[in-house]
Design a protein around this ligand. Sequence first.
Ligand code: HPA
Length: 265
Amino acid sequence: MANLEFSLPENFGEHDPKIGLVLGSGLGDFVDALTDTQQIAYTDISGLPKSGVEGHAGQLHLGKLGGVEIAVAQGRVHVYEGWSARDTAAMIRLFDQLGIKTVILTNAAGIVNANFKPGRWMLISDHLNLARESPLTGSPTFIDQTEVYSRELREMLRTEAAEISSSHLFEGVYAWVNGPEYETPAEVRMLRSLGADAVGMSTVPEAIQARALRMRVVGLSCLTNYGAGLSGQPLNHAEVVEVGKHAAGELFTLLESAVPAMVEI
Ligand code: HPA
């Protein structure tokens, strides 16, 4: 047998997940609505980095959503904790090992485009890798990035969102910064002039890794707060987690109908 990067515990049952979902800060409650779940602590999967940030629990859930088998990563590790970009994308390589071909990456993000509203979701159309780190460092993988976030799946999600939800799904460019400190107002203005609509500290290395493994990628940002200087209010992590918690229900409603459609196309 091939040398696998990760080994799963022996009690890992019969699972054939079609979709891999990574939950961002504050979105952990999402897993409560899955059915037929088996839960595995990251600490029981050898090869996987363990997360230590509040709001990132560190559990892999295998269950069903809208009748489709799904693997949900509750908690991720970040470059700001000292992990390499390759480490932060380990979950994607585990998804690949499980045979998953489509990943949904979610995160909490600050608003850079002042027309967007806190508490709403933004479909990621493209990204800016301003952390200038890559999960592919060390392997000369010159992958194409013309369409990191599947156009086809975005169209489908837009249609689903319009049908089921009263609140608007924004769409735009996500800028990845290292953090852990939030931006200064000058940095938020700079991000806007570079073409960003939202800013956050995750997701991009996972998206790059997923594309390198030829997976289809969907990115969804929960817009938890206005970026520094846009509202006059100071930013804090507790608020980011709190807004995420409220928005998790809306994500669930959207994905419950979108996930079955996703495996059809
Ligand atoms: N900046 C960066 N990352 C974030 C923010 C922000 O304002 N909000 C949530 N994650």
